[in-house]
Write a protein that binds this ligand. Structure first.
Ligand code: XIL
Length: 377
């Protein structure tokens, strides 16, 4: 990872100072979990909801459970409802982990999101699907597989209010539909098929298309591709209600220079205007900030992260169509980013609103302020 140039550092630091001026510090009134008003209460006051991903393992961490209870109004299952976790063979469904998370959500008054029914990247399909004997009528066989998977899973969780039906269908590099064994035989209509199955099984749930296009220049082909894709779905009357903006923001180890990139704010606003102009709702589904390449010193790093996040959230939350903000976890030590391109200095990343000692960080307050100052829905 290239170190910060003096100019980059100064510009980041200036942004951080401006943001810090408007962001309350972790002060005497803040409990270890943050200030009295939870993120969800702050979101509710503006007609939104705040929530987070949770994994099965985190159910055994009382402090994590406490943060879910006190800060969130909605939970998304991190891995428990993905295809490989829920169906180990054509007629073998295993919902144990998902059921445990769903129980926790119900007991604590959290709404539930389901993630995801089809991840359009071949490596995330179960092995048995990849090697399935498709027989003489491959298209029919594949439709049957998809139908069974989607329908069984959705019907098992009638309480789920919002589903990521298809995840990451568009190539970030080219903007075209990613190819899989499903597109080979079913063509692009495979996507339509999934949403029609989902709508039939869950007439009242929100059906979401979820992807990771973002505000960086390298993401332009991705944004354009997702927009074309959403236009096509609208034209064909496919029942998709909203775009899930994953929001894994910050450094991208594949595009390392400079650490936080060069956000294109106008282009991002334009993208969100175009998406909402097509009649789609919006939600932030997997927010976190990758701090690869940022200085080691935690306090400085935290300020840079918070300022960058605040900028992103202010633009994105200015759209009244956006009703839900979910982070991809609450506590730094559990973040998936710890396992992806570790920082050059070997220190743990600080991508989430609570540090590994469960203390609210400046990112927490950036989230709180962005929610508090967003236009009311
Ligand atoms: C990640 C999980 O956090 C990891 O535990 C897992 O090993 C891989 O998947 N986009 C998505 C999420 O839609 O499902 C991914 O979650 C993160 C990127």
């Amino acid at each position: 990872m290239s170190p910060l140039s003096r100019r980059e550092f100064l510009s980041l630091a200036a942004g951080a100072m401006a943001a810090a001026a408007s962001v309350p510090r972790v002060g005497a009134t803040a409990s270890p979990a943050g200030p009295a008003q939870s993120l969800n209460a702050t979101a509710r006051a503006r007609g939104m909801r705040f929530g987070s991903a949770m994994s099965f393992a985190q159910l055994s961490d009382p402090r994590y459970c406490e943060l879910m209870r006190t800060q969130c109004g909605i939970m998304v299952t991190e891995n428990a409802l993905k295809w490989p976790q829920t169906q180990s063979g054509p007629s073998t469904f295993t919902f144990g982990h998902g059921d445990a998370l769903a129980r926790f959500a119900a007991e604590n008054g959290l709404l539930l999101r389901g993630h995801n029914l089809l991840w359009q990247k071949s490596r995330y399909l179960p092995d048995w699907v990849r090697h399935y004997d498709l027989g003489a009528q491959p298209a029919k066989t594949l439709e049957k597989l998809l139908y069974a998977h989607i329908t069984t899973e959705i019907k098992h969780y009638p309480q789920i209010v919002s589903w990521d039906v298809v995840n990451e269908a568009i190539s970030a590099r080219t903007g075209a539909l990613r190819e899989t064994l499903f597109t080979r035989d079913l063509g692009p209509e495979l996507i339509d098929f999934c949403y029609h199955c989902a709508r039939a099984a869950a007439p009242h749930a929100q059906l979401v298309y979820n992807d990771y296009m973002n505000w960086q220049p390298y993401s332009r082909a991705h944004r354009d591709g997702v927009l074309r894709f959403l236009e096509g779905l609208r034209k064909r009357n496919v029942p998709v209600d909203a775009l899930g903006i994953q929001s894994h923001i910050g450094a991208n180890p594949r595009h390392p220079d400079p650490p936080l990139g060069r956000p294109q704010k106008m282009a991002w606003r334009g993208f969100l205007e175009a998406v909402t102009g097509l009649g789609y709702g919006l939600l932030i589904t997997e927010f976190d900030v990758n701090d690869n390449g940022l200085p080691s010193e935690p306090a400085l790093r935290d300020r840079l992260i918070a300022a960058y996040a605040r900028d992103y959230l202010d633009i994105t939350l200015s759209f009244r169509e956006l009703k839900d903000v979910l982070t991809w976890g609450l506590v730094d030590k559990y973040s998936w980013l710890q396992h992806i391109a570790p920082r050059a200095d070997g220190t743990p990343k600080r991508p989430l609103p609570f540090d590994s000692h469960y203390r609210a960080t400046p990112l927490y307050f950036a989230l709180a302020e962005a929610l508090r100052t967003a236009p009311a829905r």
